[in-house]
Design a protein. Sequence first.
Length: 581
Amino acid sequence: MNDRLINDILVSRGILTAEQIALVAAQHADRPLQEAVVAAGVLDEDAIVRFLADELSMPVLPRIEPEKIPPELIRLVPIRFAKQHKVLPIGKVDGGILVALADPLDSAALDDLRAVLGAEPIPALAGSERILEVINQVYEREASELGEKDHEAADELPDILDVTDEAPVIRWVNSLFFQAVRERASDIHIEAGERDVIVRYRIDGDLYERKRAVKGWLAGVISRVKVMAGLNIAEKRLPQDGRIGLKIAGKSIDVRVSTIPTSQGERVVMRLLDKTTVLRDLSTLGLAPGTDRAIDTLIRRPHGIILVTGPTGCGKTTTLYACLQQINTKDLNIMTVEDPVEYDLPGISQMHVNPKIELTFASGLRAFLRQDPDVIMVGEIRDRETAEIAIHASLTGHLVLSTIHTNDAAGAITRLVEMGTEPFLVASSMVGILAQRLVRTLCPNCAQQAPIAEAELTELGGKGPRLEARFARQTHPAYMVDNSQFEPLRHGRVPLGRRKVGCPQCLQTGFLGRTGIYELLLITDRVRALINERADSTAIKRAAVEEGMETLRDDGMRKVLEGVTTADEVLRATEQDIEEG
């Protein structure tokens, strides 16, 4: 767009002076003036559109409804052209075709549209962000028609290599990424069914089916993904792993690709990592105030081992990154060895493991000890060698953070002993173990208050005094509801939680995002003595609870009472806690 026009509008309407405009332009020198003004927070895009329309006596499109745009118009305009010029045909009107555009002075684009559409384009102004959003939606809708073809059409498909180069397959695969990013998916699963290609997204930990295509398109879709990931498209008998770098709607997305052969055809799973996501800090992880303070104390110790434990995908790495960010200062040498490095941490030296050249967690950790580190993060303790090197590092004056796969905090101790590590080494080096799970959080837009069922409360909080202690933590009248059904528990009053409902914002699931539930096991003298005695995890956990440790379900109960999540979510994510005798 002509920056001069925007400049004149800003000055003539008294919004900015010439000097202020020059300052904004200098601060955002890589952007057109219109985008610079929006980025600086001077005006929003809608206001600029209104001013432009008023200045040029042009109509404004207050909204664009993608579902009402005729498909035949979309097919006439290439998506690359539409995005480059930020134009989109909206519909037929008397005398021509209504066109949404962001730049009213782009006469070349209107001339091209006139030739392509075979009719007179009638321009109307709209914000560039809204136009790009609608472009993605309508072209994705067109690409999805690939999955609506009759099954008989599969026999008419061209050769696999030719299919890979066809625009429909490329557009369909691209639409998978567009939709996945829009719906906050962490993984894309492309699976071969008996007659269909099935695409499922993992959103907030659960899988949802989102697309289907006829089985005959599987080879072309898989080949397209392999080409993007730099994999061998001719190799279909062996698993392969690769990476794709994408930029979608201004976001840099790193895609980890894994393919495996199955009896129905190849299967692809893609993990999406948003590189533009701001890393979480400890205060945003959902830790209880006491747990938050205890972890902050642990990670500031000069030496020792801190473990984070839980199943795959429960957010262990996110927690470790948050811990590192908390202590990342110029006077500390912090080093990590990971598989893979998920996010770049400024000021921290990070290393990928590479088993093909014998660069493992153990060898990387051993090399780190010659680099004068203060803090070391090891992606995972998988074997005795890594465990013993980590223990040696902690005993020689280093703080070591790592993860291990166990069901609870106490289980991490017995797991290390089962690997062959001497109990006295574990007892002398370990300072704390954090177990965690992820639970879906209720959508703030649609969740409704509801009493928590007696059976759920009992299962979450145990029995007798333990359950009453949980009730005592929520006594404010705003959180209580009268109900004689619960008379035996709390004099006819029970805590209020919230229940899921479902709305467009949360894709009708009732949940939006996830948070953690935690249990922190501190290595006290009593716990250390039990470790040296080779006590089992149940005995260690019971001792920790008696000394005040809150279990995963205790923390889950707190979040249910706070209306953050539901009892079903906590019960699904946690094991049954030990009974208190």
